[in-house]
Structure formats: structure tokens, C-alpha cells
Design a protein around this ligand. Structure first.
Ligand code: FES
Length: 152
């Protein structure tokens, strides 16, 4: 982890506004921005820990914990909204027992709302581990999750 942080800081050394690129690099490599990274980032960019923490928590893109094995994205774009994606997202939150931007209660799925997957004509749309799925009903969603969920 330390090497990843130091490499990100070195790569963007002297750049104005380096904080966001550094955070992106760390998340791209580790999958999240660990809380333990904040002091080193702050020191490396001559910022306060509060400033670094504030940026990490302001942008929902940055994860605070290691990502789950599977990524679920449900479209909240206009076309999908008109075809019931809000209800689909609520269903997903119940099934996965978590809120948007969180990891499911079993730790296996990360649930993210997104805005347009390019499948507007086949709304509502979702992706599972990057694979697009069209006209996703609650039953279809349940089947997708069951196909990837590890039995404990
Ligand atoms: S609005 Fe959902 S795929 Fe375009």
C-alpha cells in the first residue's frame, strides 16, 4: 500500500491540483483509498488531513473499503427512470441488504447507481461485473445475483 501511495505522489509531484489525480491513481491500483493513506497523502501534497479526508468523502466515486468481488450498477438515467429503475434500485437494496454506494450484507456485491449505460431503448438497464443487461425486472435481477452469489 505504501509503495502505491508513494508512486502516485511521485507521479503527480509539483502538479497543481494533484490531490484528485493522486486519489484516482491509488483507487485504480488498490480498488479503494484506505484511511491509513490520508496522513501520507496530506504530507506529500502539503495539505491538512482534513482537506484530504474532505475530498475523499465529498466524491462518492472514492471507496473507503476494499471493493466487493462483484459490481452491480443500476441505471438511474431518464429513460430507465421512466421504466421503473427507481423501484428496481429499491428492490436491489432490499435483496442485497445495503444502500447505494455500499457493499451487500454478505460482502459479495457493490451496488452503484449510474446514469445511462447506453441501453435506453431497453430500459431499465443494469450491469453485473460490467456485462450489460436490458429490461431488468426484479425477477431477472434476482436471477443475475443468484448466478454469481457464493453459497456459504
Ligand atoms: S438512461 Fe438508462 S441506459 Fe440510458
Amino acid at each position: 500500500m505504501q509503495a502505491t501511495i508513494d508512486e502516485a505522489l511521485r507521479r503527480h509531484e509539483g502538479e497543481p491540483g494533484a490531490l484528485l489525480p493522486v486519489l484516482h491513481d491509488i483507487q485504480d491500483t488498490l480498488g479503494y483509498v484506505p484511511a491509513q493513506a490520508i496522513p501520507r497523502i496530506a504530507e506529500g501534497l502539503n495539505l491538512s488531513r482534513a482537506e484530504v479526508y474532505g475530498v475523499i468523502t465529498y466524491y462518492s466515486h472514492f471507496r473507503h473499503d476494499p471493493p466487493a468481488r462483484h459490481a452491480v450498477a443500476i441505471c438511474r438515467g431518464e429513460a430507465c427512470q421512466s421504466m421503473g429503475s427507481a423501484a428496481l434500485l429499491a428492490h436491489a437494496e432490499r435483496v442485497l441488504d445495503c444502500k447505494s454506494h455500499q457493499v451487500s450484507a454478505d460482502g459479495q456485491f457493490q451496488l452503484e447507481p449510474v446514469y445511462c449505460l447506453g441501453l435506453c431503448a431497453s430500459s431499465p438497464a443494469a450491469t453485473l461485473d460490467g456485462t450489460p443487461h436490458a429490461r431488468v425486472t426484479p425477477a431477472k435481477f434476482d436471477a443475475l445475483i443468484a448466478s454469481q452469489r457464493d453459497i456459504k
